[in-house]
Design a protein around this ligand. Sequence first.
Ligand SMILES: Nc1ncnc2c1ncn2[C@@H]1O[C@H](COP(=O)(O)OP(=O)(O)O)[C@@H](O)[C@H]1O
Ligand SMILES: [Mg+2]
Length: 384
Amino acid sequence: MIKFNNVSKTYSNSKVAVKNLNIQVKEGETCVLIGPSGCGKSTTLRMVNRLIEPTSGDIYINGKNAHDITNTDLRRNIGYVIQEIALFPNMTVGQNIALVPELKRWPKKRQKKRVMELLDLIGLQPHEYINKYPCELSGGEKQRVGVARALSADPPIMLMDEPFGAIDPITRARLQDEFLVIQEKIKKTIIFVTHDIDEAIKMGDKIAIMCEGKLIQYDTPKVILSNPRNSFVENFIGENRTIKWLNLLSVEKIMISNPPKVSINEKVNSVLAKMYNSGIPYCVVVDNSENLKGFISQKNIIKAKQTNIQNYICPVKEKLKKTTPVAEAIFRMFSNNTNIFPVVDEHDKIKGLVTTEILSSCVNNLNNNPGIKEEQSINVSAHC
Ligand SMILES: Nc1ncnc2c1ncn2[C@@H]1O[C@H](COP(=O)(O)OP(=O)(O)O)[C@@H](O)[C@H]1O
Ligand SMILES: [Mg+2]
């Protein structure tokens, strides 16, 4: 969808802002550009909509060289959100959002419909906000309107330059969460600039770590956290790499999928047989209506004295969602003083089990990972 091919930018004062950048962003993906201040993030972003022209190299958008697309076409088809959203103070929220549709000469009725839809999408009550002026909005609301304005003509691409950077941490976290929900629905191709590694991990499908105009590592958040390419990346990620990784990983990725099910009236031998057949030393116990009644572990029934299973059932203390981060599962396991949790889907159907053994092997795997796989082969400076 967006491809940087050996792109460099040298400013007129000979400042080399971007050096030989090669990145591909797939359709529907969010690529986060991150790195210290002055490393070339904004320059990279602004070359996509040609607010800045590359000195050399090419940027392809859907296979077409950006150089061959007119500036007007580029800017009307690429949403752009910046840190201090410059809403026009003399225009209402509705007029601000409808800026590009107005330039595209959409009929008024269609513009209004789109504005109402977008206000709803960004969580501002349409009838209440459409006629407000920017001075009547909080910082977070202005930023939401800025996002709506960038989305107004439904552009396939969004460029976001530290969009939540100037917002207080609590509102920022809320805007990030809201935007993730929106992106799940709209599936835009996004390049998102930040200098906050936690924001990058949260928002990015891929993270591009830059230093002094060069790309140092381009990988998924998981790979960046588990295999930082060199000490610059490792330092940039900062402390608590393990915790960041466990916060990112969902229990769905580590759970025992589809554990055997047994009925509450089943006999010990039959339960053991099901465990042996499945190779899973646990099973879930359900009643006649498939409601979860508890679990049995092989350890508990292997030496069972009774043939009925009732006395060996561990009760369900809490359920995890498939999306629950592993870090939260560990915390809940300790606070509930239990060693097994069911994982359920959005319809409350059991999808898997998470046990203390799985959680501890997950932590150990990461701790045993050497982290830095290869010092970067290219000549890296003291910083990167
Ligand atoms: N118009 C310009 N003229 C000269 N140098 C510039 C210009 N814009 C940015 N730079 C320099 O280019 C480098 C990269 O800038 P920028 O892309 O804005 O970095 P970032 O967004 O990562 O903070 C910085 O050293 C900056 O000072
Ligand atoms: Mg910048």
